[in-house]
Design a protein around this ligand. Sequence first.
Ligand code: HEC
Ligand code: HEC
Length: 333
Amino acid sequence: MRLLPILLLIISCITVEAADEYELQYPLGLKRMPIPETNELTAAKIELGKQLYFDPRLSRDDTVSCASCHDPKKGWSNGDHFATGVRGQRGGRSAPTIINSGYSYFQFWDGRAIMLEGQALGPIQNPIEMDLTLEECVAKLNAIEGYRKQFQAVFGTDVDSVGMAKAIASFERTVLSGNAPHDKFKAGDEKALSAAAQRGSKLFFGKANCSACHAGPNFSDFAFHNIGVGMDKSEPDVGRFSETQMLGDRGSFKTPTLREIARTAPYMHDGSVKTLEDVVEYYDKGGFANPQLDEELFPLKLTPEQKADLVTFLKEGLSSEDYPDIEPPTLPK
Ligand code: HEC
Ligand code: HEC
């Protein structure tokens, strides 16, 4: 039979492709993530993105990688109120966590980048973060054989910035947190949350009104709100306003996820709130009054016990046993 070899050939082609296809494993509580058709996940692309993410050679003086400011050991943030880039320079905003960032269409506190692909090249070119032009960065990486080979295998090209953004975004999409006690409790495991955390959960979704904005599987509505943080300054960070020029957006910032929140202190876009206890105190007062304050904020009048319960829910309920901890990969030479 002549057909058999052809058939075998077809089958082997299919298996080769299937071998590299990557199915994201969603932990309990998370939904399917929208993945752009122009950047399907593959195992080799994710591995490449992971190397780029951890590689300080993406910065001018080889000292700063994405992981310097979004460190898996620090909740994929940096444990500091501001971020420190090349030559010790400090920016004016805190580094948000990368966890579950693949769910967010708008990236950055003010939403100025679209999707992870649109965000990834920003920090490389930012003079106080990694401080390279894309041309310089691409040339640097093209001089590293291990990267050239991988870019050929994954994209069929030498190193270029489009491929860099796609690979880094693909890696970030795999950094997920779900399957927390809150998810298990919701799925019917009544012992997953302590009595205090259960009371805190009721407050979170009820009287304390947190879920008006921290909603859905990622505890974010992915929208922008003014909760008053930093509005007491003489020249406050205007946040979303700088993108839209709409007065109502003045002092508005993207609602951050609350997953793994116990690991990412200090809090808020300016890192001005040190602990979750302080966060709850801040909301209990109704935020900081200013003309653009969101109408979902108002004095909560919580008792000390209720405040403690709410904090317990945030700490215990949203911290997963499967926290996405990973070690830096071996970097290509
Ligand atoms: C010097 C510290 C620093 C470095 C290096 C850095 N970042 Fe960031 N990152 C930040 C800060 C600060 C913000 C928030 C800035 C803002 O909103 O204006 C941010 C925001 C982000 C966001 C948006 C998250 C969200 O929820 O909106 C993503 C994604 C991200 N960075 C990924 C990366 C990647 C990928 C790299 C490496 C190519 C990188 N970062 C390098 C400090 C850093
Ligand atoms: C009106 C919408 C809204 C409501 C209601 C709301 N939040 Fe927020 N939350 C936000 C926004 C927006 C930010 C970021 C603000 C900033 O950085 O300026 C934030 C920040 C936070 C942070 C810091 C996260 C981080 O990574 O820095 C925590 C924790 C938090 N909120 C918990 C709560 C709790 C608990 C409640 C209920 C008591 C609540 N929020 C109610 C919108 C809201």
